[in-house]
Write a protein that binds this ligand. Sequence first.
Ligand code: HEC
Length: 142
Amino acid sequence: MKYAAAIVLAALIPATHAFAYDEKDVIDYRGHIMKSLDAQAAALGMIVSTQIPADNLIAHLDAIALTAQQSLKSFEQKVPGGESKPLVWEQWKDFSERMNTFAAKTAELAQTARTKGQDAVVADMVSALACKSCHDIYRNKK
Ligand code: HEC
């Protein structure tokens, strides 16, 4: 059974690799995902500053962790441009580690909020949202 699955996979992989992605689409795609991160982080900010009730706090943290994973996938195609510096792909190991750490830390905060309550995570939220530290190195702000 496993063997058969491997043959099917082997047949599929060259087909996906041969697919030529449109560079503008690759850049637009990662932009959309970053904008989702932006909206979720802004919503969390409203909760932290008590402008709105905190009911969705865990859901926002879950959404950010999931979106960070999507984001890493969206950078796998090496297409410099948009606001990305070429450094993203020149230092892929560091870039991907930062994104994975960001995803892991926000997932961990969601888990802590579930088990210990929301007040337990507010203090760590700012350091977990590693947006600026990554942008400072890898993003050209226009
Ligand atoms: C590990 C690195 C990394 C992390 C973490 C990260 N970003 Fe980004 N972000 C980038 C890069 C690189 C770009 C440039 C993408 C492009 O245009 O090619 C970007 C672009 C953006 C953009 C512009 C999108 C557009 O197309 O207009 C926004 C907004 C943004 N990020 C928000 C955030 C927020 C908010 C967070 C944290 C909650 C975050 N980012 C975390 C690397 C990161």
